[in-house]
Design a protein around this ligand. Structure first.
Ligand SMILES: [Zn+2]
Length: 299
C-alpha cells in the first residue's frame, strides 16, 4: 500500500548566481499538494499548512545528498497542532498535520506559539541532528528563514504560497534565496531589491520555477532540476510492527476489539486487523517484552 504520486507539472529548480555566492531554489508542487490534501481530507487551513511545510522541506532537501533526509516539525499550541513534513534527497516527500480540520482567522493563530525544529539525518548510521528555534511569527516561511540565519548562519529569504478553491489546492510553490560566504554587497542589495519588487508569491504561482528565479536572480545557471513526488512507504507490515511495539498491555486491550483500524496520517491509507490477527500480534509482543524487558515503551 502506501502511495507514490508524481505530478507531471511539479518541479524544483536549483540555481547559482553571482560567482556562486547566491543560491536560488524554486519549487512548484500544486499537483502533489492537491493529492496530499485529498488523501488526508484536510480542511482549508490544514491544506495551507501542508502546502507550505511540504514546499519548505523540499527546498531544504534539494541540498541533500544520497540517503540523507530532512524533516521540518512545527509544534505550536494553536489548533493545527503538530505540523511535520519530511523529504529525502530524491524529493520523496510526505507530511502530516495533527489538526486537519482546524479553524483559525490566520495561519499564525492556527499555529500559535511554540517551536520549529529542523531534523537532519545526514547518514543512516548516525543519529539525527536537530536544530530548534522558538516560533516568533508563527508563519512557516518567516520562521524558517530566521532559523537559517540563527542556527545555520546563512542569510536567507524564503517565500511560500498557495491558492485554494472549494475543490482543493489549485497551485502551490515557493522560493528560497541564500547568500553564501563571499557575496558582494552590491549583488546582495540588488537581490533584496528584486525580492521587494517581486511582491507576494501567491500572485506569481502561475509562473514556472525558472521564470520566478529569472526575475530574482537574472544571471543564474541551473545546478539541478528535480521532480518531487508524494511518497509514503507505509505498509501493513510496518503498522503491524508498530502495534507490536505498543507493548503487551495496550495490545491486549486492542485484541479485545472485534476489529482494529490503523490510519496512516501521511497518506490516509487505512489498515484493518481482525481479532485473530491482533492476537497473533499480541503473542509477538509478549515474546518481544520477554526478550527486551527494558524496551517497554508506550510511544
Ligand atoms: Zn502512508
Amino acid at each position: 500500500m502506501g502511495i507514490n504520486f508524481c505530478g507531471e507539472k511539479d518541479r524544483l529548480i536549483h540555481v547559482m548566481a553571482c560567482d556562486d555566492t547566491l543560491r536560488g531554489i524554486a519549487v512548484q508542487h500544486g499537483q502533489m499538494a492537491a493529492q496530499m490534501v485529498r488523501a488526508v481530507d484536510a480542511g482549508p487551513l490544514a491544506a495551507e499548512a501542508l502546502c507550505q511545510s511540504v514546499g519548505a522541506v523540499m527546498m531544504m532537501a534539494a541540498l541533500l545528498k544520497d540517503r540523507q533526509q530532512v524533516g521540518l516539525q512545527i509544534n505550536g499550541d494553536g489548533p493545527l497542532g503538530e505540523i511535520y513534513a519530511v523529504s529525502d534527497a530524491r524529493l520523496h516527500v510526505r507530511a502530516s498535520i495533527a489538526g486537519l480540520h482546524a479553524e483559525a482567522p490566520s495561519m499564525a493563530e492556527g499555529i500559535g506559539t511554540g517551536r520549529l525544529k529542523v531534523i537532519r539525518k545526514l547518514d543512516e548510521y548516525e543519529p539525527a541532528y536537530t536544530g530548534i528555534i522558538e516560533l516568533e511569527q508563527s508563519e512557516i516561511a518567516g520562521d524558517l528563514a530566521r532559523y537559517f540565519v540563527q542556527s545555520e548562519q546563512i542569510p536567507t529569504a524564503l517565500a511560500l504560497g498557495e491558492t485554494l478553491s472549494p475543490d482543493g489546492v489549485t497551485a502551490a510553490g515557493g522560493f528560497l534565496i541564500q547568500a553564501l560566504p563571499g557575496v558582494k554587497d552590491r549583488d546582495l542589495d540588488q537581490m533584496i531589491e528584486r525580492i521587494q519588487n517581486f511582491g507576494p508569491l501567491s500572485q506569481h504561482l502561475d509562473q514556472s520555477p525558472e521564470a520566478i528565479l529569472k526575475q530574482l536572480l537574472p544571471d543564474h545557471h541551473i545546478v539541478e532540476e528535480q521532480k518531487p513526488c508524494f511518497y509514503c512507504p507505509c505498509s501493513r507490515e510496518l503498522f503491524a510492527r508498530r502495534l507490536v511495539s505498543l507493548g503487551e498491555k495496550d495490545l491486549r486491550e486492542l485484541a479485545d476489539e472485534e476489529q482494529t483500524e490503523v490510519l496512516c496520517h501521511f497518506c490516509g491509507t487505512r489498515y484493518q486487523f481482525d481479532q485473530q490477527q491482533m492476537r497473533a500480534l499480541l503473542l509477538g509482543a509478549q515474546i518481544h517484552d520477554e526478550y527486551h524487558p527494558q524496551a517497554k515503551t508506550t510511544k
